[in-house]
Design a protein around this ligand. Structure first.
Ligand code: 2BA
Length: 107
């Protein structure tokens, strides 16, 4: 079994949770915050059997969009000129950390 620690944009979460539930994949939703933009995002914990891994990755790929986002000017270091350092970045589709699970129990 694998655990996918999946960081996605909040806008994609309803569709992704629906797509996962339709295929009977379990997921746990955690609120998180990006360290760079310091805006909210969502971390999903998705436990999946190895043979279904590609199916879940395909769903994530299909649902999670790339979007451009400008860092907030409030994040500029003190004293830095306004208008600089605000280049847009591309966020998403999804960041996925895959972890091998030694044992899974549902008791
Ligand atoms: P944030 O840290 O808020 O980053 C948002 C986007 O800003 C990133 O999108 C990336 O395009 C850009 N970015 C991040 N750090 C940067 C830097 N030092 N310089 C220039 N641009 C930078 P994604 O790569 O799609 O990441 C989306 C979110 O996934 C991140 O939000 C963070 O919450 C998480 N993430 C990404 N890489 C990670 C990692 N190696 N470890 C833990 N979390 C990660």
């Amino acid at each position: 079994m694998k655990l996918l620690i999946t960081i996605v944009q909040d806008q994609d979460v309803p569709n992704l949770l629906e797509a996962l539930a339709e295929e009977e994949f379990g997921a746990t939703r955690l609120s998180s915050t990006g360290g760079f933009l310091r805006t909210g995002n969502t971390t999903l914990l998705i436990g999946v059997a190895k043979e279904k891994l590609d199916q879940v990755l395909d769903l994530i790929k299909k649902v999670c969009k790339k979007r451009e986002q400008a860092p907030s000017s409030a994040l500029l270091p003190f004293g830095k000129a306004r208008g600089s350092g605000l280049r847009k970045v591309v966020v998403g589709g999804a960041i996925i950390f895959m972890v091998e699970i030694e044992r899974f129990e549902k008791i």
